[in-house]
Design a protein around this ligand. Structure first.
Ligand SMILES: NC(=O)C1=CN([C@@H]2O[C@H](COP(=O)(O)OP(=O)(O)OC[C@H]3O[C@@H](n4cnc5c(N)ncnc54)[C@H](OP(=O)(O)O)[C@@H]3O)[C@@H](O)[C@H]2O)C=CC1
Ligand SMILES: CC(=O)N[C@@H](CCC(=O)OP(=O)(O)O)C(=O)O
Length: 345
């Protein structure tokens, strides 16, 4: 059994990790932290886990994380970098759901996150945890930087076209929407029901921290200079993310060949569903599941490909992807414990 610890068990990605790991056949939940709920049984806070999870929260200073085989950080940016060096030195693997190790360039990280990086010596070693594009490196990793939710949709959508050299990498436009749980469980005015329901707005248009993360990753797959305009929006739903990605073709290719390119690329990726050409994927077709679904379009009379991508921000966009990485790191089937079908309606 893999002994698992979670730092930040009371937040949205923390409870999503609990939901997935509680029924994972090879996992023993061993330690879980909360600064405010020390001693409280997890199932008292989350009745959805009654009968499934029988441990209690401990404060981070009391939790014995070093007895774990792997520790997930479901915490705000800056927490994992403070604890990862000691855990790694003790032989514990680390999966960070935050951004501490996603951006290799320390100066770029510090500019966007406005915190000092306290473990820069680990930046080179950290492996970017997007299994569909980085599977082999994840298998041998001690430290995983789990991707951001928006960056997951953008990378899996653009990758086949970029790799094939079919598009202008300098004029990518990504119009993305997230459910409110993307902002976490902390109290903020913008996520109050009366502020976010029956409302729709863009944010971060001048610059969002997921732009440098996505651009740096996409740049690994092309010789062209990557230019990305990413506009996030907040939509009045709890879970779900929808990305509408635009790319200008620089070579003639027919629709059947475009479709075949994506089907071939993801044929061995169980969690990427390439839907029939011209489909309109819905966020609810992924709710609660680790699936990312995408569909290609080619608007009449244009040289533009439109890729529609949907996922559950808390599953493929965060905790499900983290479990997928854990499976690879421990030599398990990549899909173990991740077979849930989306909830409908
Ligand atoms: N929500 C989403 O869709 C996604 C989130 N992420 C990332 O995952 C991480 C967690 O997000 P999310 O679950 O939404 O956030 P939440 O705000 O819902 O939860 C954060 C958790 O971290 C704990 N925590 C906060 N500060 C500290 C600290 N200094 N030391 C230890 N624990 C701390 C809190 O618990 P307590 O106060 O009880 O200690 C809480 O359990 C973030 O970095 C986020 O950016 C990534 C992809 C998608
Ligand atoms: C709706 C909403 O507020 N979403 C968050 C992204 C959440 C997230 O996943 O942040 P990281 O990937 O960087 O950890 C935001 O745009 O700031």
């Amino acid at each position: 059994m893999i002994k698992v610890g979670i730092v930040g068990g009371t937040g949205y990605t923390g409870v999503e990790l609990l939901r997935l790991l509680a029924v994972h056949p090879d996992v023993q939940l061993t330690a879980i932290t909360s600064r405010k709920e020390d001693g409280l049984p997890v199932a008292d806070m989350f009745p959805s886990l009654r009968g499934r999870v029988d441990i209690a929260f401990s404060s981070p200073d009391k939790a014995d994380l070093k007895q774990c085989d792997v520790v997930f950080f479901a915490t705000p940016h800056g927490v994992a970098m403070a604890q990862a060096p000691e855990l790694l030195a003790a032989g514990v693997k680390v999966v960070d759901l935050a951004a501490d190790f996603r951006i290799k360039d320390r100066a770029v990280f510090e500019k966007w996150y406005k915190i000092e990086h306290t473990a820069p010596e680990l930046l080179d070693e950290a492996v970017y945890g997007l299994p569909e594009l980085n599977r082999d490196a994840i298998k041998g990793a001690r430290l995983i930087a789990n991707p951001g939710c928006y960056p997951t949709t953008m990378q899996l959508g653009y990758y086949p076209l970029l790799k094939a050299g079919l598009i202008d990498a300098g004029s990518l436009i990504a119009d993305c929407k997230s459910g409110v749980s993307g902002a976490g469980r902390k109290a903020e005015i913008g996520t109050l029901f009366s502020e976010s329901s029956d409302n729709f707005k863009a944010y971060g248009v001048q610059g969002h921290r997921h732009t440098p993360e996505t651009s740096a990753q996409l740049a690994r797959y092309t010789d062209q200079k990557v230019g990305l305009i990413f506009t996030p929006h907040l939509v009045p739903m709890i879970r779900g993310m929808h990305a509408t990605l635009y790319a200008r073709l620089t070579q003639e290719i027919d629709n059947a060949a475009l479709q075949a390119l994506f089907e071939e690329q993801y044929k061995d990726s169980e969690f990427v569903d390439v839907m029939p050409f011209g489909s309109h994927p819905e966020t609810r077709s992924t709710r609660g599941s680790n699936m990312l679904r995408l569909a290609l379009h080619r608007p009449e009379g244009t040289d533009t490909v439109v890729i529609l991508v949907v996922q559950d921000n808390l599953v493929k966009g965060a905790s499900g992807q983290a479990v997928q990485c854990m499976n690879l790191m421990f030599g398990l089937e990549e899909s173990k414990g991740l077979q849930q079908i989306a909830l409908l309606p």
